[in-house]
Design a protein around this ligand. Sequence first.
Ligand code: ZN
Ligand code: ZN
Ligand code: ZN
Length: 222
Amino acid sequence: MIINTGTTFAYKCSSCGTFQFNNISLFDLAIKKEIHFYCRCKGSSLVINRENPASYRITIPCIGCGLSHSYLLSAKEFIAQEIRVYNCPKTGMQQCFMGSDQAVRRRIDNLEKEFDDLITMFGYDNYFSNTQVMFDSLNIIHDIAERGNLFCECGNNDIELLLLSDKIYLRCNKCPGNKVIYASSNEHLKDNSLKKQILLLDEEHSSDIKVTEQLLIKRDGK
Ligand SMILES: [Zn+2]
Ligand SMILES: [Zn+2]
Ligand SMILES: [Zn+2]
């Protein structure tokens, strides 16, 4: 009988925002007390520490809130093959997937497929200044809307979403209420992920948005 003790991690690098895959076995950990996995960009690393023979601490720098989060796992949990998802406790952003190599890759493929669908929907992939930040920011807004925390000061929550190359323009369907969400840098992504609610106000710069440049989508993506 072959026992597969390998576990794959995919974590979202806090510096470049891409998913980094790493595979590790309990045998590796039995030899070393501490293992660092660096992202390709060398901007961040995931660290695994053996605390005692039966438990491990995983520390991951978080792109969502800028802090690091650590998770304690038993050896049994460590080799469990089903997928685990770790979310930033502050922003809810998915920051790490762990499980069998196949399960983790399938999960990331699905995420990337959603992303590809979005790109296909717009027909070209160089429209956005930073496509990944735009995609993640859209997901954040979607989650806020799902929790009922996206609304206009007039009380309406029927909000239209306009995508520009570097920002998302939210517009009330009932009044001039609007809000601009910037989405072209990791700094913006960090700001966006800290938002708990979005309130549209009837004031300022609706005029600097040129309608001809807009890509219009409804909040439900249809
Ligand atoms: Zn990186
Ligand atoms: Zn976080
Ligand atoms: Zn309104």
